[in-house]
Write a protein that binds this ligand. Structure first.
Ligand code: GLY
Length: 597
């Protein structure tokens, strides 16, 4: 049955769902169709047109879907020349760090899921930022032991963790690359030297964040030249970034972990005006990418696989899907409040477990397997058998060989981040979510022309609750819990969907919804991505503003939910793999495209 669904994904399926009918209504005006960047190839323009029309992009051999057309073109060139998905990722990430600097880059971290067509194996790599060795659990507390205000913690050096993205790029290339490393960085070097066209989304993001960006002279000089925010359509050069990439081309990722660029990172963090941080050269020298077991959850006839701890992504997406598996969502359909009651309460239950149990498992014991055990999830799903919203939601008791008492997490994650999905001509698949955390991260730009993350604010600011320790508290060398959910969905041991999104802790809901829309509601991947969002974490039921999701507000309130209408700016990038080939989608809420041949 799944094969049939995936084959359907290669063509645009006309759906009768009212919710799906206005798939392009959710597009932000400045990014509608993504057609605002000029000088793109005819293929990229065609991909933009397909997205604007709500159609997936089809291909036979390879495909890349990412958040900016210039980055996608760089990846497509690599794949066209016979490069692997890992090669293409290096080119895409290097360009994203230039043209979408607010979301990801060399100063950040990432998680990568790899399907190897030759061996049939899944590998996950953890390139998450780490807390400096000098960090203590009270890092984000004032002298009275009270948590700092969120942006008081974010802006400046205190929030900066040791970056992992450069090391992850190199490690993926070392394992699975076959294109010359230097050649992969060339497109980004050329764009940085010669200038790239500022996209509407970057310009809007800068204009909206002028005060924070203006707090640091190097950041201000780049994004606010002459005191004015960079304008959409203007050309922007970044010679410092080009030099950093040239050093990386010569020396590999080591160029960022030792020597002058590393010294520039440490100096920027430790001398941040008003809010210096703790990062040291030793932290950089010690940084390592970690291979971890993939976390897979059963859903219908599929295995939904992704990144385990320190990400909560695969566990929480897996829990939601594992619980709704007990219900016939296909029969209920996307317009039914009952569908969204089941999805919403499954999500609330999953977020309760996430807040209690999920953190960096190298530092705290975690019931990782118990959390996605089908028997545990079936038992939790019995809580969903009523008619109304659950009046209360509490963490469950997953099977666990270790007895620990944890308090619920208290951390705030705001929308940010970027996602890359790639399938190469050999059938290898790569799903990577990459971030500097908040938009523009810590707002600190290094002399090397890239922004530094504020990933440490993904830790809980409080260490304990009523005397009980919080699993996701700050500890030296620990990796903050993430919501990033780079996912590869498998059918009979082969990939059928490569997907992920930015969006803070709402990433989990965006990815789960899109998988449900594609698998249960038979939507082609572009329609599934564009389907208006309804996201429930642990508070209100968030409905995507200016879409038909708001039609469900009253029925959901009648079931007992508090609803909230707001922008839900996901950035889903996905590739469905079917018997008829590849079918790609890119989120109409942002500027990305899917491109393939
Ligand atoms: N900072 C975004 C995440 O890791 O979930």
């Amino acid at each position: 049955m799944m094969r049939a669904i995936m084959a359907m994904a290669a063509i645009a399926v006309l759906t009768t769902s009212a919710l799906a009918q206005q798939s392009t209504d959710a597009v932000a005006p400045e990014t509608a169709g993504g057609g605002m960047i000029s000088g793109l190839s005819a293929e990229a323009r065609a991909a933009q047109d397909a997205k604007a029309a709500g159609r997936p992009v089809s291909a036979n051999d390879w495909m890349v879907s990412a958040a900016n057309p210039l980055a996608v073109e760089a990846g497509a060139a690599v794949l066209r020349d016979g490069g692997s998905a890992a090669d293409a990722m290096v080119a895409v990430q290097a360009v994203l760090g230039l043209v979408e600097p607010q979301s990801s880059g060399l100063g950040g971290g990432a998680f990568l899921v790899w399907y190897d067509a030759a061996t049939g194996e899944l590998t996950t790599l953890d390139g998450r930022e780490t807390a400096p060795l000098a960090a203590t659990p009270t890092l984000f507390q004032d002298e009275d032991g009270e948590p700092l205000g969120f942006f008081d913690a974010v802006v400046g050096g205190l929030s900066v963790g040791t970056p992992g993205t450069p090391a992850l790029m190199e490690e993926a290339h070392r394992r699975w690359g076959r294109t010359n490393w230097r050649a992969l960085l060339e497109p980004a070097i050329t764009l940085a030297d010669e200038g790239f066209e500022v996209s509407p989304r970057l310009a809007t993001s800068v204009a909206d964040d002028q005060e924070r960006l203006g707090a640091f002279p190097r950041t201000a000089a780049y994004f606010l030249p002459g005191g004015e925010p960079i304008a959409a359509g203007s050309m922007l050069q970044n010679p410092a970034y080009a030099d950093t990439l040239r050093a990386m081309a010569e020396q590999g990722a080591a160029a960022l972990y030792e020597g002058p660029i590393a010294e520039g990172i440490v100096d920027t963090v430790r001398s941040a005006d008003g809010n210096p941080g703790l990062l040291s050269l030793e932290d950089l020298a010690l940084y390592r990418v970690i291979e971890r077991p993939a976390v897979c959850a059963a859903y219908r006839s599929l295995d939904v696989c992704g990144m385990g701890p320190p990400s909560s992504g695969a566990l929480t997406v897996g829990q939601i899907l594992g619980m709704v598996d007990a219900f016939d969502l296909a029969d209920l359909g996307p317009d039914s409040p009952e569908s969204w009651r089941i999805i919403g309460d499954a999500s609330r239950l999953a977020f309760a477990d996430r807040g209690r149990y999920m953190a960096d498992s190298d530092f705290v014991p975690m019931p990782t397997e118990g959390l996605v055990d089908p028997d545990y999830l079936s038992e939790r799903a019995t809580l969903l058998s009523g008619d109304d919203a659950l009046p209360e939601v509490a963490p469950g008791n997953p099977g666990w060989s270790h007895a620990s008492l944890w308090a619920d997490d208290q951390s705030l994650e705001l929308p940010s981040t970027s996602h890359i999905s790639i399938v190469d001509a050999d059938g290898n698949a790569l799903s990577m979510t990459t971030t500097i955390e908040n938009g523009f991260g810590s707002r600190l730009m290094t002399p090397g022309g890239f922004l530094l993350n504020n990933e440490l604010t993904d830790f809980s600011f409080r260490t304990h609750s009523d005397g009980v320790p919080i699993a996701n508290r700050v500890e030296p060398g620990k990796r903050p819990r993430s919501s990033m959910s780079p996912t590869i969905v498998m059918a009979d041991g082969a990939p059928v969907l490569v997907i992920g999104s930015p969006g803070g802790s709402r990433i989990i809901g965006y990815v789960a919804k899109t998988i449900i829309a594609h698998v249960d509601w038979d939507m082609d991947i572009q329609t599934a991505i564009a389907l208006p969002h309804l996201v429930n974490r642990f508070g209100t039921y968030d409905l995507e503003e200016a879409t038909r999701a708001t039609d469900l507000g009253e029925p959901l309130q009648a079931l007992g939910y508090e609803v909230n209408t707001r922008a839900l700016t996901s950035g889903l990038q996905a590739i469905a793999i079917g018997e008829d080939g590849l079918s790609g989608g890119a989120d109409p809420r942002r500027e990305g495209i899917a491109l393939g041949e």
